[in-house]
Design a protein around this ligand. Sequence first.
Ligand SMILES: Nc1nc2c(ncn2[C@@H]2O[C@H](COP(=O)(O)OP(=O)(O)O)[C@@H](O)[C@H]2O)c(=O)[nH]1
Ligand SMILES: [Mg+2]
Length: 322
Amino acid sequence: MSIRDLPIPDLFERAVEGDRRALGRLLTHIERENEHAAPIAELAHPLAGTGHVVGITGAPGSGKSTLTGQLVKLLGELGLRAAVLAVDPSSPLTGGAILGDRVRMEDVASPETFIRSMATRGHQGGLALAVPGVVRVLNACGYNPVLIETVGVGQVEVDVAGTADTTVVVATPGMGDGVQANKAGLLELADLFVVNKADRPGANDVRRDLDLMLDLSHATGQDQRTGLRPEIIMTSALTGEGAPEMWEAIERHRAAITANGQLEQRRRDRDVVEVRNRLLVAAERRVDELLSAESHADLLDRVAARSVAPATASSEIAQQLH
Ligand SMILES: Nc1nc2c(ncn2[C@@H]2O[C@H](COP(=O)(O)OP(=O)(O)O)[C@@H](O)[C@H]2O)c(=O)[nH]1
Ligand SMILES: [Mg+2]
């Protein structure tokens, strides 16, 4: 029987046993949010939640993919079965730049590594729904850690970073990155800073800037989210220098938030956010359905004619929101 025709439970079983094509198909269902997505999530959820989810974010060109490649190489040497989820805001699923990244990453990755690219466009419920779903299935299939690479701009990335247990923010010399990170709200997100391209002049200045900013946020009480001061690690992804130190720092962060109970809290919060996001999508659909209903055309006409106020119309329609 072709893998396409396998019932979902069989497909899932194969994926858990290590069949990469089966896993690929499961992820496609999840990404499409089709009728198979919920049954897959039901199978995966009890098995997931123990793997370490690491977010790697930063400006385009800061070296996230190269760095992720080095990390994946290292993890392979450590005997870990890592997965990479590369989230790109623009490329279609098979698209340009990301494929380039993928080839490079796969050159160094161990055969056990699973690499998946995901576009941010074309998701019905948005990435906020698709990413946790994909991570859940990867975890359930024994991939640990799961590394999520995202471009550090915009709300989507901030949401995706919220999916991670440990969020690494990558900065580089010569881009005014400290300031950029601050602007994009990445400073608050970072559990760990990596100054990549440490082979370039100015890397130490970036480190110093980040240090100063951390001092400042400490002084103003802005870092109360975690109570932990993010470490700053210097790397040169081209050679792999600093990659082991980066991984050690990621593990230290995980150990710290495991010990202080934050890991459990973060995961709980994340699940609630996912439930909330799903409810919002469902609610929005229901609202659109109500607004386009024939029975409300008259009411909306009266709003247009200024004989009924929008607030009154919405309270009236809201009575059918269930
Ligand atoms: N000099 C130097 N170049 C790097 C380093 N890391 C990555 N690069 C280069 O920076 C460019 C962008 O890297 P890439 O990993 O695609 O960045 P991404 O957009 O953040 O994923 C590529 O040309 C890399 O070869 C590094 O540590 N030092
Ligand atoms: Mg990249």
